[in-house]
Design a protein around this ligand. Structure first.
Ligand code: ADP
Length: 405
């Protein structure tokens, strides 16, 4: 079995996969870990079609992991007979900086490197490290693998990753564009690549734009299997409009807020990360379903939706220019997989790029599949929906790296 762990500052998400065919056996989340001493913590565990919620104190992530392991061994469907069945652990790690362009087996040196990257991801990397250390403590003999959100984007050329700032800021402080959601972009662009290959287009000629539209949103331009650009930057704040993040912004805006409106940097940070995006523009919600539901009566919801779609469309155009064309656009994550009217709004007007959406295919219910093609039969470019699967991708990386040990 392979255990996948995604540790946040107060949460621990997990999923257990079989080693042979990477089938998901159980998953869940421990929430409010360490909040108010962990007294309000809850473990939501799903296994074999049933789910269970347990309220139990979890003062830290080691205790949370203990609860998770107990649930995996102790639940009615017995996801595990014993902890010895866990052969590998895969961790989602947010920031791998320039050091990691692929997944790695974790050792002391890798831990030190992840620690050194905490400056670049002060909210995420420390939490990921806590998860790694909790696993080392409770499962000391099981090899662990780190899978980085930034790794897939490390193939970006200099002109895509450098900001127009003094070069020393890059050299001395690592200030450049890194990009995130790399595991998702890698997975869905890989499936899209298989689909294009089936249609006779060799991998090295493929130009794919992937749109990961969930709570956080980002896009990537993938040419011949390599990422050449992505919308997120030094942090996940750059690029598209998101649930609560503003995305692209004149860099003078935060200065204006601080100088003219006398806000503190903490207040500006909160505005840009937590109070902007769909929520900030609409005044209604950060959830696209609420935006769609209220757009007819609330012009601000309509505006939020229009900004959202306009930016995605704009970046598709930009990436077509960056790659010299586009053979497929891929939609994925919560919004990308579930909102046909939004896909139609984004694609409306992109026929000049050879991308023709079939409105019937777009509106049809989607039976379980690895991906769907929504383009018309004679459309030169394809429009795919491909459900993302970051956890399974992490499990596969862990399996591969541990098999080679
Ligand atoms: P995360 O980025 O946290 O992994 P998801 O990929 O699950 O998030 O995406 C969550 C978002 O997906 C929700 O906030 C909501 O806006 C959107 N979403 C989910 N289902 C639908 C739907 N049927 N229609 C439109 N948007 C949806």
């Amino acid at each position: 079995m392979i255990l996948v762990i995604n540790c946040g500052s107060s949460s621990l998400k997990y999923e257990l996969f079989t080693l042979s065919d990477e089938c998901s056996v159980a998953n869940g989340i421990a929430e409010r870990v360490g909040v108010n001493g962990g007294t309000e913590a809850v473990l939501k565990h799903r296994c074999g079609g049933s789910s269970r919620e347990t309220r139990t104190p979890m003062p830290d992530h080691a205790v949370a992991l203990r609860q998770v392991l107990d649930a995996l061994v102790g639940c009615e469907c017995r996801a595990l007979d014993s902890l010895d069945q866990i052969r590998a652990i895969g961790h989602r790690v947010v920031h791998g900086g320039e050091r990691f362009s692929e997944s790695v087996v974790i050792d002391d040196e890798v831990i030190a490197a992840i620690e050194a990257m905490c400056e670049l991801a002060p909210l995420h990397n420390p939490a990921n490290l806590v998860g790694i250390r909790a696993c080392q403590q409770l499962l000391p003999r099981v090899p662990q693998v780190a899978v980085f959100d930034t790794a897939f984007h490390q193939t970006m050329p200099v002109h895509a990753y450098l900001y127009g700032l003094p070069y020393e800021l890059y050299e001395k402080h690592g200030i450049r564009r890194y990009g995130f959601h790399g595991t998702s972009h890698r997975y869905v662009s890989g499936i899209a690549s298989d689909m294009l290959l089936e249609r006779g287009l060799p991998r090295e000629e493929q130009k794919i734009v992937t749109c990961h539209l969930g709570n956080g949103c980002s896009m990537a331009a993938v040419k011949g299997g390599k990422c050449v650009d992505t919308t997120m930057g030094l942090t996940p704040l750059e690029g598209l409009l998101m649930g609560t993040r503003c995305g692209d912004l004149d860099p003078a805006v935060p200065l204006y807020l601080m100088d003219q409106l006398k806000m503190t940097n903490k207040q500006v940070d909160t505005i840009m990360n937590k109070e902007s995006g769909l929520l900030g523009v609409s005044g209604v919600s950060n959830d696209m379903r609420d935006i769609q539901r209220t757009k007819a009566e609330n012009p601000r919801s309509q505006a939020a939706l229009d900004i959202f779609c306009y930016r995605v469309r704009k970046y598709i155009g930009a990436y077509a220019a960056a790659m010299g064309g586009v053979n497929a656009v891929v939609f994925t994550a919560g919004i990308g997989e579930n909102d046909p009217p939004l896909v139609a709004q984004v694609m409306d007007g992109l026929e000049f790029l050879g991308l023709y959406l079939d409105p019937v295919r777009n509106a049809q219910p989607k039976p379980n599949s690895i991906g769907w093609d929504l383009a018309t039969d004679d459309s030169p470019g394809r429009i795919y929906i491909i459900p993302t699967d970051e956890e399974r991708t992490i499990a596969r990386d862990a399996k591969q790296l541990v098999a080679a040990l």
